[in-house]
Design a protein around this ligand. Structure first.
Ligand SMILES: Cc1cc2nc3c(=O)[nH]c(=O)nc-3n(C[C@H](O)[C@H](O)[C@H](O)COP(=O)(O)OP(=O)(O)OC[C@H]3O[C@@H](n4cnc5c(N)ncnc54)[C@H](O)[C@@H]3O)c2cc1C
Length: 470
């Protein structure tokens, strides 16, 4: 099942004086969690302060409208949280990792969209009951006579488009780039909803605390998006001016792209992180693809390694030296900053080896403290064999190749002994619970690995994952 590599050093990396991004402060996690819940509690307080209890007690249309108001307030707050989660704020990215943020973004989006629908239904019903009108004429009346309501309808249109195109079945039919472009209309949706909140929202306008809360929230969210999604990427590209220096074939359908640039020692990136890459090699350059660094940054160059998975990744093989690259990032939190223990177990599936290979360049382990389990369907799929052999020899990394088609429901090859994956993991590393485990590979495979790692006794806070499909 396994084989240990010991080989000669083929690639010597001389680490330069690299600017390592500062680890996020441990307080980021609780502080942001508390801030999110506190903002929700605050909007409930605003609602209560706006006379909600009296409206509820009055019953009839007032009660229904009051219920509509709170769903709208919570939805507005969740929409802002959703935008903030995707604003690429570096210490948020590094604390949770982008795949986790994307999962939360999806859930928060699902809840806020449904609350928006409930808000609309309740407000229309409440007003119709109070005014003694039918639903249709009340809806028309609300849209045409209340300020900001036409924009709110346009906002709803954008949100519906974003939600429909994000449903699994629709998403599968769309190219990633088309989906992503449509998804950006979500920002327009959030923006177009603001006027009706300010002009007609009884809980928005009445007191200074409410105004301060909402304006601060809008400014923080919009500012974060503009700064971290536009300003900083622009500045980094102008400063570092990355160009392709060479392209190396690593195996069938897998190439490494090496890049150089200006003052790369000042680019704050760590092994385990990724950028979204665009190469100015002709039409189609606007489409960005995320690739992890496959070697730790050495202050003078960067390397990514990609498998041909479609149009974008296939064109990497034909990049010419001198081609300009545009980056967004660095993103992701699968870095040494997550380490809690001395020993580290890296488990890679297929091209998921890339960030783990880079992590092995980091200096934060001693001989015998790092183990790499590298799974592939067949030996031809393995990359970096010479480099891994060198790491085995010079840094004492234990490298185990797990080759062969996966047994049904398992993450190990079909040839593995017929005991549970967790049992096998414990046989391989009896003290596995004392390792930090870093995982990267195809999503369904990773879910199985993660389950067996936890079953083998590794505490959940020692398991760190990066998914290549969001
Ligand atoms: C955080 C992260 C790190 C990654 N690192 C590596 C790596 O080091 N090496 C490697 O070979 N692959 C990596 N991938 C996967 C790689 O990004 C996709 O294989 C590649 O983008 C496919 O694009 P394509 O145009 O070739 O194929 P397409 O047919 O256009 O896309 C195939 C699938 O790739 C995903 N994808 C495409 N574009 C994007 C995008 N901009 N953002 C997110 N997902 C996208 C979608 O799920 C899509 O369905 C990584 C993915 C993520 C999310």
């Amino acid at each position: 099942m396994t084989r240990t590599e010991q080989g000669s050093l083929t690639r010597v990396r001389q680490p330069g004086p690299v600017r390592v991004p500062r680890d996020p402060h441990p307080s980021v996690r609780p502080v942001l969690g508390i801030a999110a819940w506190a903002s929700l509690a605050f909007v409930v307080l605003l609602w209560l302060h706006g006379g909600a209890l009296q409206d509820l007690a009055a019953g009839g249309g007032s009660a229904v409208t009051a219920a509509g108001r709170i769903t709208g307030l919570v939805a507005a707050d969740l929409l802002l949280i959703q935008v903030f989660l995707m604003a690429r704020v570096p210490w948020v990215e590094r604390t949770w990792g982008q795949d986790q943020l994307v999962r939360w973004h999806r859930w928060v989006g699902f809840i806020s969209f449904n609350l928006v629908l409930v808000h609309i239904a309740l407000v229309v019903l409440g007003y119709a009951t109070s005014d003694g009108k039918g639903i249709v004429s009340e809806t028309v009346d609300l849209v045409v006579t209340y300020p900001g309501m036409l924009l709110a309808v346009a906002s709803l249109g954008c949100m519906v488009a974003v939600v429909i195109t994000s449903l699994r079945a629709a998403r599968r039919r769309l190219r990633y780039e088309s989906w992503h472009l449509l998804h950006l209309y979500g920002y327009l949706g959030v923006g177009l909803a603001i006027p009706h909140q300010i002009w007609t929202g009884t809980d928005f306008i009445p007191n200074a605390a409410a105004r301060l809360f909402w304006w601060t929230s809008y400014v923080v969210c919009a500012g974060s998006v503009v700064l971290f999604r536009v300003g900083i990427p622009l500045w980094r590209n102008l400063r570092h001016r990355l160009v392709v220096s060479r392209v190396v074939v690593e195996g069938p359908g897998v190439v490494s792209v090496h890049l150089t640039g200006h003052r790369l020692d000042r680019l704050p990136v760590r092994a385990g992180q990724f950028f979204v890459w665009r190469f100015l090699d002709g039409p189609g350059w606007t489409r960005g693809n995320p690739y992890s660094l496959s070697a730790a940054p050495d202050g003078g160059s960067l390397r990514i390694t990609a498998k041909d998975a479609g149009d974008g990744s296939a064109r990497l093989a034909s990049l010419r030296p001198g081609t300009r690259a545009i980056i967004e990032g660095p993103y992701g939190g699968l870095t040494g900053a997550r380490r809690r223990r001395h020993r580290v177990l890296l488990i890679a599936g297929g091209i998921g080896i890339t960030p783990l290979r880079a992590l092995l360049d980091e200096p934060d382990y001693n001989r015998g403290e790092a183990v790499l389990l590298y799974r592939a369907r067949d030996a031809d799929e393995l990359v970096f064999r010479d480099e891994l052999a060198a790491l085995a020899e010079h840094r004492g990394v234990r490298v185990e190749y797990l080759i062969g088609p996966r047994a049904p429901g398992r993450w190990l090859p079909g040839t593995a002994p017929k005991v549970s994956d967790a049992t096998l993991l414990r046989r391989l590393l009896p003290d596995v619970a004392s390792y930090d485990v870093f995982l990267c590979g195809p999503s369904p495979w990773m879910t199985t690995v993660q389950a067996s790692v936890l079953q083998a006794g590794v505490p959940a806070d020692q398991v760190h994952v990066e998914r290549f499909d969001w």
